[in-house]
Ligand binder design. Structure first.
Ligand code: HEM
Ligand code: HEM
Length: 378
């Protein structure tokens, strides 16, 4: 292979896109951890942090593959041995951190007892790391994973200061080619390339960062959270009398919205005393062990007209599953009416144990239904 004089354009694009993303991640990481816990802005910044962080992981895997197949330029001939070694070591550690830090961040959210779903850029549901959900009841491990992420994040930032100082020293003091060979060849091209990077990196971020999702207060007297099922082929329905919902939604920016509904499972009622006695039992909702169910929407997607989807997770009996809830939304000034139906297989959540899990007596197909009236908070 002949000796290249500079990094090829693909390696340069990987380098500068990653640099932009990492600086953004450290900045968002610093800001989001200082915000009031549970605030709408904090929620959105966490989603952005996770989305960009996972993107860095994917891009770094591609970058490493590209790097292994394409030789970089050699270090300047007159460079002292210690400095060449320091440069190679710094680059190797930077590459390692670009892989380890997002993986470790992914572990932090996978082991978190909050079970907040990750929906990349409000569009793509991202799974948790397998096996780590089992750690979510162990606060010491969760705290250790968080601390490790903080330490790795700050070490990364410190190493970058060293890296950038070295690059500037080469350019401004030693006046060699080290920085130039990581930059596009001609000025005109450079301007275009930077504009392209900025467009790719910043434009998608704008709507979500600038628009705050409006908060909605649910009118409990005119809202119903229900469920439907069938027994011996005959349909039945019921509802929950106690539940709470926090909703942040802006029709102009559905991807930036989020919602959380917590349901008191002891409050299920069908109007049929036999069913009402059975539902709290261990075979069904097991309310002693699992008093609450939870639906968390990490983003909303417009589906045309008044149709939307809420992308998130549903947890019943401690079993969490990714779900997409279709609903319609009708707005009248500051008043909103939303209605949706989420078909489910009750056995996906362990509802109906033992003989009940066959579906012979009580159908496996059930649905959660939602009819909400809400007012925009001032
Ligand atoms: C913020 C995140 C950044 C990360 C993660 C990062 C990472 C890296 C890595 C891993 C390499 C080695 C490339 C290879 O040989 O395959 C590299 C090279 C380089 N970086 Fe960065 N970098 C960042 C920011 C910057 C900044 C802000 C500058 C300049 C001010 C810079 C200047 C350079 C230069 C000049 C090289 C080429 C060094 C050489 O020729 O051996 N980097 N960077
Ligand atoms: C190169 C990638 C990443 C960098 C540079 C980075 C950097 C940071 C930084 C600087 C903080 C703030 C630490 C503090 O002051 O408390 C932070 C927090 C956090 N990051 Fe990342 N991060 C990355 C990837 C990820 C990924 C991929 C995820 C999840 C999928 C993630 C999840 C988190 C979480 C949950 C916190 C808050 C932890 C806490 O509550 O203390 N990060 N990150």
């Amino acid at each position: 292979m002949s000796e290249p004089a500079r990094y090829d354009p693909v390696a340069q694009a990987f380098h500068w896109l990653t640099a932009l993303a990492v600086i953004g991640l450290v900045a968002i990481g610093m800001v989001m951890t200082e915000l009031p816990p549970g605030s709408s802005l904090q929620f959105r910044l966490f989603q952005w942090h996770k989305s960009v962080g996972i993107t860095v992981l994917a891009v770094t895997l591609l970058r490493v593959a590209w790097r292994l197949a394409h030789r970089p330029p050699s270090l300047p001939a007159g460079m002292p041995g210690w400095e060449a070694m320091a440069a190679r070591a710094t680059h190797a550690v930077l590459y390692s951190l670009l892989l380890v830090l997002p993986l470790e961040g992914w572990a932090v959210v996978s082991a978190s007892p909050l079970h907040i779903p990750t929906v990349l850029y409000g569009v793509l549901s991202w799974p948790d790391l397998p096996g780590l959900g089992a750690l979510s009841g162990k606060p010491a491990i969760e705290a250790a994973l968080k601390t490790l992420h903080d330490i790795l994040g700050w070490s990364f930032a410190a190493l970058l200061v060293l890296h950038v100082t070295a690059a500037l020293r080469h350019h401004l003091i030693l006046r060699d080619d080290v920085l130039r060979r990581m930059l596009p060849r001609r000025r005109r091209v450079r301007v275009h390339l930077y504009s392209a990077f900025l467009a790719v990196a910043i434009v998608p971020a704008l709507p979500s960062h600038s628009a705050r999702a409006a908060e909605w207060a649910v009118d409990m007297g005119h809202s119903t959270l229900g469920f439907t099922g069938s027994q011996g082929g005959s349909p039945f329905s019921g509802h929950f009398t106690r539940w709470q919902a926090e909703i942040a939604f802006d029709p102009a920016n559905p991807a930036g919205g989020h919602a959380r509904v917590v349901v008191d499972m002891t409050s299920a009622t069908t109007g049929d005393s036999q069913k009402d006695q059975a539902l709290p039992q261990p075979d069904w909702f097991d309310v002693k062990e699992f008093p609450q169910a939870e639906f968390v929407a990490a983003a909303f997607r417009p589906k045309g007209g008044n149709a939307y989807e809420a992308v998130g997770t549903l947890t019943i009996r401690g079993v969490r599953q990714d779900v997409v809830l279709p609903f319609t939304l009708d707005l009248d000034g500051d008043h909103a009416h939303a209605a949706g139906r989420l078909p489910l297989l009750r056995t996906d959540y362990g509802v109906g144990q033992g003989a009940w899990s066959t579906g012979q007596m009580v159908g496996l197909e059930v649905a959660a239904t939602l009819d909400l009236t809400a007012t925009r908070r001032p």
